[in-house]
Ligand binder design. Structure first.
Ligand code: SF4
Length: 107
């Protein structure tokens, strides 16, 4: 299903990013358990509210809820695993048109 994309974008894709794939977190469903931070600490990090957010390729935490960043190609497996196992089912790995690659609520 294609949905309209209104999520903010942190940075454009850079060399070394997975082609077109991007990742975001729905903070409304984050449990704060930290599994994603264990899998990919260079992409996921807690803010002072105890919820996980994504970081851009410069390591800057994106504290606007729902911001997505490009998936770094070397971390694609770790980010996929985090999205599949996220207890809050709130990590979304998406294509540029907003279609879901992996993550989100399981059917
Ligand atoms: S794994 Fe999911 S629920 Fe857990 S801290 Fe990360 S985003 Fe939040």
């Amino acid at each position: 299903m294609v949905t309209e994309d209104r999520s903010p974008v942190a940075t454009p894709t850079k060399p070394g990013d997975s082609p077109g794939l991007r990742v975001r977190i729905d903070q409304d469903s984050c449990t704060g358990d930290g599994l994603c931070v264990q899998y990919a600490p260079s992409v996921f990090e807690f803010d002072i509210d105890g919820l996980a957010y994504v970081k851009n390729s410069d390591g800057e935490l994106q504290t606007t809820p729902g911001t997505h960043v490009p998936v770094p190609l070397p971390l694609l497996t770790e980010i996929r695993d985090a999205a599949e196992q996220c207890p809050g089912t709130c990590i979304y790995v998406e294509h540029p048109d907003g279609t879901l690659e992996v993550g989100g609520p399981q059917e």
